[in-house]
Design a protein around this ligand. Structure first.
Ligand SMILES: Cc1cc2nc3c(=O)[nH]c(=O)nc-3n(C[C@H](O)[C@H](O)[C@H](O)COP(=O)(O)OP(=O)(O)OC[C@H]3O[C@@H](n4cnc5c(N)ncnc54)[C@H](O)[C@@H]3O)c2cc1C
Length: 475
């Protein structure tokens, strides 16, 4: 690194540049967003990332000629901030949305054999858009479907601003609203486990209500699903890096921040091995534990609360077959431990056979299981689910484990999540775990980055760039 110690580096003289310098610590989606937003507003930005790549928890790696994602990621049409991010890095076409929500749900536990149901929407206003699909959903009895409708209406009536929602668990609320164990498995957890990374009984009612109200009960298209047709690293590392470079952000990877402090003039010093960088503002966009360790004394009233935010694991099971065994882009299942299965053949660069990624959320019981045990468990399950897998040869089987994939969305987590502002002027927090109102998602990460940039820009006296906040209008 060269000019890090010089507060008035080369960009200070560029027209439109303020001469202010901000350092963003952490190159996940929150940090990339904050860096882009600040640079777009004319602030000189340095982005520091400890790992050799950008993208944080959503990344890719190479394995035997395949490009593999650490975990399947999806987003919804209602994720307006992440969609803004995709546009901003010119990646939207590489992670398109379904035209209309359509989720194939296979039940493999019926004595008469596998049965396919669909969660689809029609071109009707909310809540009628799901009416036909739910009325004919074969995995629930007629009585369960009627009760489902009633619970959905009760959910719609919940006030997301009511703080007491966060003190209750979603599972108890569902039981109190007549939802059977079957309805929880075949519908509420099917969606909820994948979006919250917890079963209903372990999830805050506030976060669950937010997800279901926003996704299923706001706009008809809100829950249409999008996912990357390329490796995640292509979007979150290569293309993000390109956007950062074009915006004039200086990005340093393999650069771990060891401490941050202010001097008597309120300027910030950021320590990396062998160098001290100085800045007018610092955005700390690292996970909550790292944030806790880096925060200077007095920055938060109760910094120990950050350590009370739990974490939850996600396991991905990767299987390469010698032939095509799944005829759809993805499928989800009930009556089996298999949750969501995605076809990653094309994205990974595989030319022969099919590569499936199983995304297993809330995987507390399995995250440390040996690969051999998982192989014995999942290959027969895939054969039950996908008959064509029965005669197929398994060319490769491996797993990726993310033990701290998300914060645990437990009841009470809301009061532990701080906002972007700290008590130290010029120091801001970002990360999917901060108080965005969203569960730990790419959407939450991007929103947090925007919020941190927004408050930083206010303090630095820079105007909000219009295009940064365009997603708020789309919301
Ligand atoms: C397997 C898996 C599946 C997921 N599925 C989905 C999904 O389907 N949909 C969805 O929306 N979300 C999903 N998520 C969640 C989503 O990936 C995260 O919420 C989001 O990427 C978090 O971004 P972030 O920037 O807040 O944090 P992070 O990605 O954790 O970024 C923080 C960065 O800070 C860096 N850092 C830490 N300490 C330092 C330091 N001292 N100095 C410099 N750098 C440092 C880290 O290396 C990291 O790059 C999934 C996550 C996982 C792991």
């Amino acid at each position: 690194m060269t000019d890090g110690t010089r507060p008035d580096g080369p960009l200070a003289d560029v027209p439109g540049h303020s001469g202010k310098h901000a350092i963003v610590v952490g190159g996940g989606l929150a940090g990339i967003t904050a860096a882009l937003a600040l640079a777009d507003a004319g602030v000189r930005v340095t982005l520091l990332e400890g790992r050799p790549r950008l993208g944080g928890l959503a990344f890719s790696f190479q394995r035997d000629g395949l490009t593999v994602d650490n975990g399947q990621h999806v987003y919804l049409r209602c994720c307006t901030a992440y969609r803004w991010f995709l546009d901003r890095i010119e990646g939207a076409e590489l992670a398109p949305l379904q035209e209309r929500l359509d989720v194939p749900v296979l039940d493999v536990a019926r004595p008469e054999g596998r049965r396919l149901g669909r969660l689809r929407r029609d071109a009707l206003p909310v809540p009628l858009h799901l009416g036909r699909s739910l009325a004919t959903y074969p995995h629930l009895s007629l009585a369960e479907r009627v009760k489902l409708g009633r619970a959905a209406l009760a959910l719609k009536g919940l006030d997301l601003a009511d703080p007491t929602l966060d003190t209750q668990d979603f599972g108890s609320w569902l039981t109190a609203h007549g939802q059977s164990a079957r309805a929880v498995e075949a519908l509420w957890d099917l969606v909820g486990v994948a979006t919250l990374n917890a079963v209903a009984g372990d999830a805050s009612l506030g976060l669950a209500a937010m997800v279901f109200k926003t996704g299923l009960l706001s706009e008809p298209g809100a829950a249409d699903i999008g996912w990357a047709r390329v490796p995640l690293g292509e979007l979150h590392d290569r293309m993000a890096r390109k956007a950062l470079d074009s915006a004039g952000v200086r990005t340093e990877v393999r650069t771990r921040v060891t401490s941050i402090s202010t001097d008597e003039n309120g300027r910030w010093s950021v320590q990396v091995p062998g160098e001290t960088l100085r800045a007018d503002a610092v955005v700390l966009a690292v996970p909550q534990r790292e944030a806790h360790d880096l925060l200077p004394a007095g920055a938060l009233d109760a910094p120990e609360r950050l350590l009370e935010i739990g974490t939850a694991p996600i396991l991905n099971v990767h299987v390469v077959y010698d032939r095509k065994v799944l005829g759809r882009p993805f499928v989800t299942a009930i009556g089996t431990p298999v949750q969501w299965v995605f076809d990653r053949t094309e994205a990974s660069g595989l030319h022969e056979g099919q590569y499936l990624a199983l995304s297993q959320s809330a995987a507390q019981d399995e995250i440390d299981e040996p690969v051999a045990v998982l192989r014995e468990r999942y290959l027969p399950e895939l054969e039950r689910l996908l008959p064509r897998a029965r005669g197929a040869e398994v060319k490769d089987f491996f797993v990726t484990r993310e033990r701290t994939a998300t914060f645990a969305p437990s009841p009470g987590v809301g009061r532990l999540r701080p906002g972007a502002l700290t008590k130290s002027p010029g120091l801001y927090l970002a990360g999917a775990w901060t108080a965005t109102g969203w569960p730990a998602t790419m959407e939450s990460a991007v929103r947090s980055g925007v919020s941190a940039a927004d408050v930083a820009l206010g303090a630095l006296g820079r105007p909000r760039p219009r295009r940064l906040f365009a997603f708020e209008e789309a919301a």
